[in-house]
Design a protein around this ligand. Sequence first.
Ligand code: NDP
Ligand code: 2IT
Length: 449
Amino acid sequence: MADMKQYVEDVLNLVKQRDPDQPEFQNTVKEVLTTVVPVLEKNPQYKEAKILERMVEAERIITFRVPWQDDKGEVQINRGYRVQMNSAIGPYKGGLRFHPSVNLSILKFLAFEQVYKNALTGLPIGGGKGGSDFDPKGKSDNEVMKFCQSFMTELYRHIGPNVDVPAGDIGVGGREIGYLFGQYKRLRDSYDAGVLTGKGVDYWGSLARTEATGYGLLYFVKNMLDDKGIDMKGKTVVVSGSGNVATYAIEKAQTFGAKVVTCSDSNGYVYDPEGIDLDVVKEIKQVRRGRIKEYVEKRPNAEYHEGCKGVWTVKCDIALPCATQSEIDLESAKALVANGVQAVGEGANMPSTLEAIAYFQENKILFAPAKAANAGGVATSALEMAQNSERLQWTFEEVDGRLQGIMKNIYQSAKKNAEKYADPDDLVAGANITAFVKVADVMMAHGIV
Ligand code: NDP
Ligand code: 2IT
């Protein structure tokens, strides 16, 4: 045992040495590697083949200049990235994030997570991530289009339906995917629909892709609660964020009979004691691209609080972080536990810090880790790729039915490996082990590449 623990320590030190300025990447690598020690023990061939050292090194990283002109005619320069982390199981697959905080550490953490998340789906996709420090907030449609066209003018040479298939993430939704696809099509002069997912349903997009991450999160959490005999009906739920994932998480939680009392954006959160009115949220966020504080204008009994961290002090049975990384730190985890939270389901990527996860686990809180719980989005992207390959579009019910089956399968395989290798309720270890073994075995089969 000591031997493999030491091997993991050595690789973590190597990552720290090579990328001292990449804390997010170091954290996600630490989370995965420390949980797979028992499988390394049983499979010494992984160490001989230096599987861990290979996994922590991206296959390829592309960075590029994105020049564009704003509405005033001023020239703007952003930085574009694509991290092609691992293509063992299939073409690189993963979203694009447009947010001023984007840097290589954040994209490498997201790309690393994506490799194992994608493996969990059981579908043939490798892992990657990309994006830019471009801030879409306050930009006109014309500026967003100009930016997307310039971004794609470089990115197009690195992607393709069998090479690398980007999709959305923070700041990249249907509008951006439309502009990106339009420019790709123009540059290639070929209708390669499978090069991007999250497309509009009238141009080869999949029904239910928009809803898939939020719905999938709730399917996963429901599986986890059902297993413990806990009914979601009547439960009080706290959600953070008010973007794509948060919106459809709220929608499905409400369908399951839960009462969602909060949502937020980066400025603050709203608390609605009667339950969030999702039509109001959709009108503010999807139609007007406004701020969440406008919610109280339509719902006088609701309260708006400046600052998004306070959302975790609201009493609830279930917490669903659906905004961004590290939004639940140890202090917030303590507040949730003190208020009696029973379950936490991660809709965002790495929303809980390592200290927060440890605290939830010490306190026996049911914990659904991001790479398992939010895999429904990318799984449905893979279903979109399948539909594009056969040039057919499945019904909403067909896609949603498959999504439910995939989320159940992810839950069951994570649970099985938690029982086999760790604490039976440790789905962090269970999910990591399931995914790691799959990726590692395929890398072994491919030889030293
Ligand atoms: P959106 O851009 O649609 O929404 C993001 C939401 O999070 C907004 O409400 C935004 O508020 C808030 N937010 C963003 N950054 C911060 C921040 N630094 N602090 C506080 N709030 C913030 O993105 P998505 O809903 O698509 O993504 C949300 C999370 O889910 C991300 O972690 C993403 O990686 C993850 N995810 C997304 C999937 C997808 O299919 N879209 C799939 C799996 C995971 P504001 O408007 O003020 O910025
Ligand atoms: O984090 C994620 O899984 C996503 N942003 C979705 C990626 C995708 O390719 O659909």
